[in-house]
Design a protein around this ligand. Structure first.
Ligand code: ASP
Length: 342
């Protein structure tokens, strides 16, 4: 039976070529697909949405991608979607889509660490694997397929700048599954929060800023974000979510001004937790900030953005944010072997 996959191309290294001084995305989705093998029985339609390296992506473009995936899945003949994307901000786009994804058909993000046409390129293999996963799995939400592994969108971050295995969840217990010998082997199911309705965006998007704490950190940057019109703020704290009494005062003032504040950590793995006072997470929570569990800064910012875009009264946003950052604990599934020989 044929499986129909829509491949949405957004740029990234997988679509990048030498520009004389450095690499930049300039190839179409058709060019990206042309270099890859396609699994047997899979028919691919290409949509060229953007052609940018992902450090340049805007939240407005991420919402456009969300709508483009919705448009692709409006066609009942489509069995799944693959998004080719730069790895720099892939974790943000994938999480935004996962928070809103309400369809059994999968959305699979992939990309490359080496450019289009490189002799040792990883793009073709990643595209093949992503197409195979998109044609095979159901009810897993939005996934990241890279270097032979299948990751959940939630919690997965780029942890290697140039190595061929850039993605992992440093707080998790490994990938959801792996590919090999023409099969997709899954050992767990992702944790997902109840999907949000598609946001009805009117006017400019809310500004959401990120401020990092460090020795000598100045609360001025929190105050400046609020003065610049931030409606959301992510504090990247130290340790399990700690800062200083002065930083707590600035966060309390931001919350009083109506800003939705989330607290994550600059530590690579583990949850933020209310353990310390004297400027710690205990005081940040008392000031009205929401701890983001194991989500790191990029995905914490996406959760804040999604909570701000949701159609709920302002006083319910912090509660919604708490729900979005934690996900629902669906637990690990029994090992599943869902692949078909290619
Ligand atoms: N800078 C590139 C991007 O995010 C990196 C990549 O695609 O791997 O677009």
């Amino acid at each position: 039976m044929e499986r129909h996959i829509t491949l949405i191309s957004t740029g990234g290294t997988i679509a990048s070529r030498w520009q004389g001084t450095g690499y930049a995305a300039d190839a179409s989705g058709g060019d990206v697909l042309a270099g890859a093998a396609v699994p047997d029985g899979v028919v691919v339609d290409v949509v060229d949405l953007f052609n940018v390296n992902s450090s340049r992506l805007t939240s407005a473009q991420q919402l456009e991608l969300l709508r483009a995936v919705g448009a692709a899945l409006a066609d009942p003949r489509v069995d799944g979607v693959v998004v080719t994307h730069g790895t720099d901000t892939l974790e943000e786009s994938a999480f935004l889509l996962d928070l809103h994804h309400d369809d059994p058909r999968p959305v699979v993000f992939t990309g490359a660490q080496r450019p289009l046409g490189a002799v040792d390129g990883d793009g073709p293999g990643n595209v093949y694997d992503a197409l195979q996963v998109a044609a095979t799995v159901r009810d897993l939400g939005v996934l990241v397929v890279f270097d032979g592994l299948v990751h959940a969108a939630r919690g997965t971050v780029k942890t290697q700048t140039v190595a061929s295995h850039p993605f992992t969840d440093p707080s998790g217990d490994g990938a959801l599954g792996r590919l090999g010998f023409g099969r997709v082997d899954l050992r767990a199911r992702p944790e997902r929060s109840a999907p949000l309705p598609l946001p009805a965006v009117r006017g400019p998007l809310p500004r959401v800023d990120v401020v990092m704490h460090h020795c000598d950190a100045d609360p001025l940057f929190v105050e400046t974000a609020v003065a610049a019109g931030a409606r959301g703020l992510v504090l990247v704290a130290t340790g399990a979510g700690n800062a200083t009494p002065l930083m707590v005062d600035a966060i309390a003032a931001a919350v009083r001004a109506g800003v939705l504040v989330a607290v994550t950590t600059r530590v690579p793995a583990g949850p933020v937790s209310p353990i310390y006072t004297g400027g710690g997470a205990v005081d940040l929570v008392a000031a009205g900030a929401v701890l983001t569990g194991t989500l790191r800064a990029g995905q914490a910012r996406i959760a804040v953005l999604a909570a701000l875009l949701a159609d709920v009264p302002h006083e319910e946003r912090a509660e919604l944010l708490r729900r979005l950052v934690l996900g629902t604990a669906s637990g690990a599934a029994a090992p599943a072997r869902v692949g078909v020989p290619a």
